[in-house]
Structure formats: C-alpha cells, structure tokens
Design a binder for this molecule. Structure first.
Ligand code: ADE
Length: 243
C-alpha cells in the first residue's frame, strides 16, 4: 500500500518510523512518503495561507498551493483516496480504518490554521478520487498531523502481515462483536493482594469464553451505551440477556 502525507510540519510524522508501522515501512508492506507542503509554494516566503473570504479570525490554506501538491502526489485517473483530517469531518471509526486498509493509494492532506480552502476537496472529487473528510473526535487539534498519525496506525495494523499474530485483530474492541474488549491479565497470578479471576486459571475454555463475553457486555453497557443500543438483539444469546 502507498501512503503520502502532505504537511507543513513533516517532522511531526517522524513517529511513523517506530513500532509496527515503522517495521511495515522497512519491510516494504507500507510505502509511506511524507512531503513538506511548502515545497509547492512559489513565493520567497513560501506562503501557504491567506485571510478568509467573508471575514473572520485566522487564516485559510490556499487552494493553488494544495492543488499543485495533490497534482504531484495523487495517482492519475482518479485512482486515489484523499483523506483530509478535520474537526468538521465524519467521525473516524474502525470501519473507516478497515476501508482505508483496502486502498492501493491513500493521500493525507494535513491542514493547519482554519483549514484548507473547500475547493481543494471539491476538485479532487471532480477528478474522480474518493475524498474522506474525517475527524478523530469531538475536540479541536492545531492541525491534521496527529489525526494522520492516528489514522495511519489504525489502518496500517490491518494490512496483512503488519500485526504478527492476526488473531489479535479478531477479538479486539470495536471489532465484529460490536463490544468493547474484556479485561486482560498476565503473570503473576497474585500481585499486591490482587488476584487474577479464578476462571482464567481454570483451563475451562467454554467458561472462560462466557466470562469474557459477560465482562465485555458489562463494560460496554457502563462505558458505551451507544454501542449497546446498536447491537443486533437477534445476534445475542440467552446468557447475554441475563448480564
Ligand atoms: N484537525 C483539528 N482537529 C481535528 C480533529 N479532531 N480530527 C481531525 N483533524 C483535526
């Protein structure tokens, strides 16, 4: 998979050399390139922004600079998926991560200030590219770079071969079950007077599975009533309804 990130702070993306995403880059599973938007500015000061039409506070990123950048990094023929991180986007979820992981080429345009001139996304759509304006949550960051890191980590770990044990991807929070993940424990079995739940040491797989599902249901009900409301009641078993 090819990913291009365009930003006025390319150094923000240095963390992508680390951990599993860094390894995916080194092994060639992920061809990830970071670009400095100012490379497409044309004036002596390498200006990328200007004042908003209609007035108001702050600065808006210029469409001409972004247009040149995207002409260079988006693939020809409308074959790319342009992601624009923005607090005014759709909320990014595991479903978006799953879809992006299937793309051949994703370009992430990191805005700063009050955002990017709206014609940039409009022009990319008109050229046939998929365009997703995505927010990582209901809060405002100073720019799209941290959101880009979040999204790349979320879809990057879904690429075949990136996570060593693919079973790790099956039971996790926000997976197919629609539940948060159950609590997990490791050695030692007793620590500072706190014991690992007995059932997990029992070796009884059916009981362990039931216990985990009950804890997942409880946790989801307490923390994410919105996820409980979205559960398919027909897919729940009798024991689920007793929790
Ligand atoms: N840029 C600024 N705030 C953001 C957010 N919450 N999500 C994505 N991009 C952003």
């Amino acid at each position: 998979m090819r990913v291009d990130v365009v930003s006025i702070f390319p150094d923000y993306l240095a963390a992508l050399d680390l951990s599993l995403v860094g390894k995916a880059r080194r092994t060639g599973l992920l061809d990830l390139r970071v670009h400095d938007l100012r490379g497409w500015a044309t004036d002596r000061h390498r200006t990328v922004d200007d004042t908003p039409f209609g007035g108001g506070a702050g600065m808006v990123m210029r469409p001409d600079v972004w247009g040149r950048a995207l002409d260079d990094v988006l693939p020809a023929g409308g074959a790319g998926h342009l992601v624009v991180p923005t607090p005014s986007g759709e909320v990014f979820t595991q479903r978006h991560a799953e879809r992006l992981a299937l793309e051949a080429h994703v370009v992430i345009a990191c805005g700063r200030y009050e955002g990017i001139d709206a014609r940039v996304a409009e022009r990319a759509r008109a050229a046939g590219h998929r365009v997703s304006e995505l927010s990582i949550g209901d809060y405002v960051l100073n720019g799209g770079e941290v959101a880009a890191l979040v999204m790349i980590e979320a879809f990057g770990r879904l690429l075949p071969g990136v996570v060593g044990n693919p079973h790790s991807l099956v039971e996790e929070s926000h997976g197919a079950a629609g539940l948060l993940e159950y609590p997990v424990y490791t050695k030692p079995p007793a620590w500072e007077g706190l014991e690992v739940p007995e059932v997990l040491l029992s070796g009884h797989h059916a009981r362990i599975e039931r216990w985990r599902r009950d804890r997942a249901l409880e946790r989801t009900a307490a923390r994410r009533p919105d996820m409980v409301a979205a559960l398919d009641v027909a897919a729940l078993d009798k024991a689920d309804l007793a929790v």
